[in-house]
Write a protein that binds this ligand. Structure first.
Ligand code: 5GP
Length: 189
């Protein structure tokens, strides 16, 4: 029986996780499946239901939580996020590899449920670069920005707890590292 594989892309907001993940999905369309997680935050400009989240009310989230719908859930920047168990299990049953973007606390809890998960922590070249990226996104006010920087510090302090670390200075070289990790994982099924 093949192992039930998962790749978790971890790291602070705006570090470039979703760009790396999107490229990986393009390069390994037959092997990887992205998990669409649930959140109580509102969609930002350009986002809609299912892209990049299932956007639900807090009431709905709590209802799902009570039904044991989530593998893990976490409060990130004061909002709820959760990983649906059904999507992960269906992906594994289809013999595909899960890939998802998740925060540090969520990755640790996910790994308790699926210990074979491979965890890849994406680091910014510096906190200043991260701050610039937050600003460039234009999606956050100053208080939100400071909250995110604080969370980033907390998350970066835990980078060593994961299997791999990639510094996202230049997309091409960061992606080359991620690609190698994915190739090795897919080879060792
Ligand atoms: P944003 O709201 O900026 O898209 O994401 C905020 C953070 O939530 C990101 O660091 C992302 O990795 C994390 N996140 C997204 N989905 C989940 C999830 O299902 N569980 C957990 N624990 N974190 C998540």
């Amino acid at each position: 029986m093949s192992k039930r594989k998962s790749i978790l892309i971890i790291g602070p907001t705006a570090v470039g996780k979703s760009t790396l993940l999107t490229q990986a999905l393009k390069d390994f369309p037959d092997e990887l499946r992205e998990i669409i997680t649930y959140t109580t935050r509102s969609p930002r400009a350009g986002e809609s239901e299912g892209d990049p989240y299932h956007f639900v009310t807090e009431e709905k989230f709590r209802e799902l939580l009570a039904k044991n719908f989530f593998i893990e859930h976490a409060v990130v920047h004061g909002l709820l996020y959760g990983t649906p168990r059904d999507q992960v299990d269906l992906t594994h049953q289809a013999n595909k590899t899960v890939i998802m973007d998740i925060d540090v606390q969520g990755a640790k809890k996910f790994r308790e449920a699926y210990p074979e998960a491979v965890t890849v922590f994406i680091l910014p070249p510096s906190i200043d670069v991260l701050r610039q990226r937050f600003r460039a996104r234009g999606a956050t006010d100053e208080a939100d920005l400071e909250r995110r920087i604080e969370s980033a510090h907390r998350e970066l302090a835990q980078a060593e707890d994961f299997d791999y670390r990639i510094v996202n200075n230049d997309f091409q070289s960061a992606y080359a590292e991620l690609r190698k990790i994915i190739e090795d994982l897919l080879k060792n099924q």
